[in-house]
Design a protein around this ligand. Sequence first.
Ligand code: ZN
Length: 248
Amino acid sequence: MSTLTLPHGILSMPPHPSAPPAHHPGEPLLLDYAGGALGEGASLAIATHLALCPACRHTVREMEAAGGALLEELEPEPLEPGGLERLLARLDEAPAEPPRRLPPSIQTGAPFLPPFLPEPLRGRLARLWRGGPGEGDLSGLPWRRSMPGLAYVNIPTNGGARTRLLRLQGGSALPEHTHHGIELALVLRGGFSDEFHQFLPGDIGVGDDAVTHRPVADPEGCLCLSVADGEIRMTGSIGRFLNRFIRV
Ligand SMILES: [Zn+2]
């Protein structure tokens, strides 16, 4: 394993204009996240997106409030097709209860990491830190080289997902590919584009086996969290979601 010295350009870039993210996980994934149905890697990506996305934090809070309210009214057997729609239809009616889960927030711990990295990803990377020549960059992480223009750091997670911090040099392209299960790509710095969309910091791309694409890093490069999980699929399961409340 070799330490890769990274050009610092992408790290010293000013933050992207503070537009909120434009690409979100979508309600089924947020519901799986809230219900604890995702593996550790996918949960890490969703939770890190939540730290950057007020809209999705709001949605998860409302799901939790609606889930608690719905439980009090549901008959024992109503977890059937249509349950998700009914839950989502109730969101506007949900009482304004305090959230059961504290919203993730951008932390300032681990000062050797760049300030734009939010929790919970920040804490995971801090555990992998090996010391480096400079503070505020990513050179102390155990980078590995892959194809030209691509370096990555493996982030150990339970559940079988391949969880990586990826750095693509500007203009580098990944080979055209499709996905088995779900693949999440959360942009942290820079950006990438495929045939369909452009993804900027805070945006999360969700790929599945219906999507074949060829992502290309924007000219300034791209730093992203990539989670590829060949086994877990989105369920949007209202049953699993409500089970979380039953166990509490
Ligand atoms: Zn979002």
